[in-house]
Design a protein around this ligand. Structure first.
Ligand SMILES: NC(=O)c1ccc[n+]([C@@H]2O[C@H](COP(=O)([O-])OP(=O)(O)OC[C@H]3O[C@@H](n4cnc5c(N)ncnc54)[C@H](OP(=O)(O)O)[C@@H]3O)[C@@H](O)[C@H]2O)c1
Length: 499
């Protein structure tokens, strides 16, 4: 499969595409021997590659496939059978052999991330206390926060933390469909974000190896930089619980995320599948108690995709049972296209002192100069290669209005951007940040694949005048937010309809 220097053969491409079909159809254990086979074939063929040539990029994509396959295994929590153990052990062994082969031949090792992810799934499905990872810090990333560049960043209070008003978002680690990069390339991207002062990162338990990436990076930072970094992840419960809620059950979930982050969770955001099942109130109370009792494990608790009614219910429950609200945030979709939070959520945030952490604020990139004057994309086009975010937000745009209305909005944003010498995206982000209930905008970040950091930093260089806001409202009136609210429900309603 790898006879030619730097190029994968068509056989290699075929094997990996069939393997992808297997694990995407939930046949993950069946896909593991093929993934092992690809890794082994590298050594068998004495394969060689140079930085960024097609073979290296192909292998990074295979690494992404391993991460995605293993993530699916992690989420399905299969029975710990001997067959499964031996398939995973074989994969780990092949990866270790490939690492040695790469070292011996001075080749970049493309499977760092995959190896860490397989080790993580082994630790979850086959826990072995004698194999617990050492928490020893390895300071090898030469990173620092540039005081001059970071000075412009607006900050806000997030529980006990002071946080920048732009976070990095790592949903993009969920699948190689956004592109894959090696650990080395991701380290370079993360170092640049830290240098700019963008030290807050949003992850989730189901965003592929995002927690492992960020935890591993933080653990290798100089102490004074690591102490400024905020690792914010989630505990997402997408279906009925199999166990009763006990303090131990909740503590175990917190510990699992802290283990993957190799340290403290600065914010744990809780997503719940069904408001009819009231266990979430008990879970939230336990989480708040843990954050108070063990701040070195988790230091703040937030909600994720809660609607206003149930945010209020949770706050009132916590007040009645713990004497304080205890939670600090809610993560919701919020953009010029989806401004449902203005309808009811904003008032609840003000009442209970919560901050919104917003996603989709760029509409996956549609709210940018890249799409100004462009025809509507064919979301199924193979050649266009839209990202999963773009597919998601294209749907949202169609629910909000039409492509023509988006173009009219982009034109107005461009006009405002010209006044301040910034980008259309900067104006769209500024509009979200200018709402009091918003703590930070989370910027979807394809680590090592694309970077918008220098453009996004300009959001702190200007503010919108009343005239600018009126011009935006003229093409995107507030009634559109209410219409969207009435059509698809309050924040997060779209997720619960799926389950
Ligand atoms: N709780 C939830 O249910 C939920 C759901 C979705 C997302 N999230 C979180 O929120 C984060 C952000 O959301 P998202 O990724 O869905 O949407 P998003 O931030 O609106 O879109 C991300 C995309 O916007 C583009 N972009 C960023 N800055 C830009 C700029 N200055 N100019 C032009 N394009 C720019 C980038 O495209 P390119 O990479 O192509 O440059 C990026 O991939 C996620 O990573 C995740 O952490 C949470």
């Amino acid at each position: 499969m790898f006879q030619e220097h730097g190029v994968p053969s068509s056989a290699a491409l075929e094997v990996s595409s069939s393997t992808r079909c297997l694990f995407s159809s939930k046949l993950v254990p069946e896909s593991l021997p093929y993934l092992s086979h690809i890794v082994r074939a590298i050594i068998a063929a004495n394969a060689t590659w140079s930085p960024n040539d097609p073979l290296e990029l192909y292998l990074e994509r295979v690494s992404g496939d391993i991460i995605q396959a293993v993530q699916a295994l992690k989420e399905s929590r299969p029975k710990p059978t001997e067959d499964l153990r031996s398939l995973l052990a074989e994969l780990i062994q092949n990866l270790a052999d490939c690492s040695a082969y790469c070292t011996d031949n001075s080749l970049s090792y493309p499977f760092d991330r995959a190896q860490r992810q397989v080790q993580d799934v082994l630790a979850i499905i086959f826990p072995d206390p004698s194999q617990s990872e050492s928490s020893a810090r390895k300071e090898i990333v030469d990173a620092s926060i540039d005081p001059q560049i970071s000075a412009c960043i607006e900050q806000f209070k997030l529980g006990p933390h002071t946080a920048p008003r732009l976070f990095n978002g790592l949903w993009q680690m969920s699948s190689p469909a956004w592109g894959s990069a090696s650990s080395a390339k991701q380290d370079i991207a993360l170092t640049e974000l830290v240098r700019c002062g963008l030290v807050g990162t949003d992850m989730a338990d189901h965003y592929g190896d995002a927690e492992l990436i960020y935890g591993g990076f933080r653990n290798r930072l100089p102490r004074e930089v690591a102490d400024r970094v905020l690792a914010m992840t989630k505990w997402c419960i997408f279906g009925p619980l199999e166990k009763p809620v006990t303090p131990e059950f909740v503590l175990e979930a917190v510990k699992e995320r802290s283990r993957r982050l190799s340290g403290r969770v600065e914010l744990l955001q809780f997503h719940w599948h069904d408001y009819e099942a009231k266990e979430y109130l008990q879970i939230l109370a336990e989480l708040v108690k843990i954050a108070k009792a063990q701040p070195s494990l988790v230091s703040a608790i937030g909600l994720c995709n809660f609607d206003t009614e149930h945010t209020v219910e949770a706050c009132e429950y916590l007040l009645a049972n713990l004497g304080e609200v205890g939670i600090v945030s809610n993560q919701v979709q919020y953009s010029l296209i989806d401004s449902r939070p203005t309808v009811a959520m904003a008032a609840a945030c003000q009442k209970y002192g919560l901050k919104l952490l917003t996603y989709g604020s760029f509409c996956g990139g549609f709210l940018s100069d890249r799409w100004l004057g462009k025809p509507a994309p064919d979301v199924y086009s193979e050649t266009l290669g839209l990202t999963p975010s773009q597919r998601k937000y294209y749907d949202m745009i169609s629910t909000w209005g039409s492509w023509e209305e988006l173009q009219a909005l982009l034109k107005v944003l461009r006009g405002i951007a010209d006044k301040y010498n910034v980008s259309t995206s900067n104006v769209a982000t500024r509009w979200v940040l200018d709402h009091d209930e918003v703590g930070a905008v989370i910027v979807g970040t394809r680590l090592g694949v694309s970077s918008n950091v220098s453009d996004n930093m300009h959001v702190f260089s200007f503010s919108l005048s009343d005239e600018d806001k009126a011009a935006i409202a003229a093409v995107n009136p507030p009634e559109k937010a209410k219409a969207l609210f009435d059509r698809i429900g309050d924040c997060g309603g779209e997720y619960r309809k799926m389950h």
